[in-house]
Design a protein around this ligand. Structure first.
Ligand SMILES: Cc1ncc(COP(=O)(O)O)c(C=O)c1O
Length: 385
């Protein structure tokens, strides 16, 4: 690990972790933690029921070693479910089971790129993409989204260099919750096709939150618009069981280097010591892969929280996915504003952790009346700042 190079990226994350811990210690049970997405209520109890059944019925061979990449029947079931969702003919071998989207991202970046490749990251973005790229010695260019947090294809075109070999986007956006529509994805695909020599650039589509669309808004799959796509999924996020560490990578059946990519991904799992998720967790993911989580409770909470914030003059982005709300801070320094909230026992995340400044993210971790108390404090401090 290059500790000096990582310092700049790790320091803000560690500072926030310290603020988080200090605030929890200081306020104890009165702390209102809307920072890391760790919901305190069950939107849908099915993962717990399925896990209990699997554990009760487990025999020794159900707990056996899993091959790197995952058990074939599990991969087959996940491939069939994703084929329906994406409208693409995934085979079982196109799926690589990973301990969360975190490992999937790291393994994908590790397998598919090497210096002097450059990667475009669309910001705001998930906090650790730059860290992984830096650790792999890969250069990256941060390209901001438009004002309403949609993909700015013109800005990506301007940032493109002869070394650019990949683009990472999240669909839906994280931390924003913005869904990128088909027109946006088509424009991005057209741009990437224009740069397809000597080899087509790769699109990493981080769909960690794809099953967290809480209204009827369509959420098109980037892989359906651009053939050279690797999709990252998180069963942990979909089913509020992040600690079970379960996700997968899906190689598009239309990827030019499909077979080399699969072989390389599975090898990288071994080389980096990333095992597949635990045996029962894979069974759990396979069982749940055919169904969508019930998000009725989340939808209600989103509507309620938005009303309450608007009442205080705080205008969150108008979005349809994730358990997040994303809003502009009243001052340019997002860390100062989130520290001000922490002084009142309310924890939210500053956008600089997501590689843009001036915004904050709320994770809907609990319902009323605690949520209302937290939102009212956010409203009061918003006016005071
Ligand atoms: C966009 C995005 N990608 C990846 C991850 C990591 O997901 P997992 O918990 O499955 O490792 C997250 C987690 O919040 C995320 O928001």
């Amino acid at each position: 690990m290059n500790a000096v190079a990582h310092e700049q990226l790790l320091r803000p994350l560690e500072e926030f972790t310290r603020l988080h811990l200090d605030t929890l210690r200081r306020f104890g049970g009165r702390a209102l933690d809307l920072s890391f997405p760790n919901p305190q209520f069950l939107s849908d109890p099915r993962p717990y029921d399925v896990l209990a059944t699997l554990a009760a019925q487990a025999r020794p061979l159900d707990l056996r070693y899993s091959p790197f990449g995952g058990f074939t029947p599990v991969r087959r079931r996940v491939a069939a479910a994703l084929a329906k969702q994406h409208g693409l003919p995934y085979a079982w071998s196109d799926i690589v089971m990973t301990p969360g989207a975190t490992a999937a991202l790291r393994v994908a970046l590790n397998s598919l790129f090497s210096p002097p490749d450059r990667i475009i990251l669309v910001t705001p973005c998930w906090m650790d993409y730059p860290l992984y790229l830096q650790d792999l010695g890969l250069a990256f260019d941060l390209v901001p989204t438009t004002g309403d947090k949609h993909i700015d294809v013109e800005a990506i075109a301007k940032a493109w260099t002869p070394e650019t070999r990949g683009v990472v986007i999240a669909q839906p956006g994280s931390p924003t919750g913005v869904i990128h529509d088909a027109a946006e994805l088509q424009q991005l695909a057209a741009l990437m096709r224009r740069h397809s020599t000597p080899t087509p650039p790769l699109l990493i589509a981080d769909e960690a939150h794809a099953q967290q669309v809480w209204d009827q808004t369509p959420c098109p799959a980037p892989a359906a618009h651009y053939p050279h796509t690797l999709t990252v999924r998180s069963f942990g996020k979909a089913w509020d069981m992040q600690g079970q560490r379960t996700g997968c990578l899906a190689v598009s059946p239309h990827l030019g280097i499909r077979h080399q990519a699969i072989e390389h991904l599975v090898r990288t799992m071994r080389v980096t010591g990333h095992c597949a998720p635990t045996a029962l967790t894979q069974q759990l993911a396979a069982t749940l892969s055919d169904t969508a989580p019930d998000l009725t409770g989340l939808a209600g909470l989103q509507g309620h929280a938005r009303q309450r914030l608007l009442h205080h003059g705080v205008i969150p982005l108008d979005t349809h996915a994730t358990r997040f709300l994303y809003a502009r801070c009243p001052v340019p320094d997002d860390r100062a504003f989130t520290s001000q909230l922490a002084e009142r026992g309310v924890l939210v995340m500053p956008s600089s952790l997501f590689h843009e400044t001036g915004w904050f993210r709320i994770a809907l971790n609990f319902g009323t009346p605690e949520l209302d108390r937290a939102l009212d404090i956010i409203g009061e401090e918003y006016i005071r700042a």
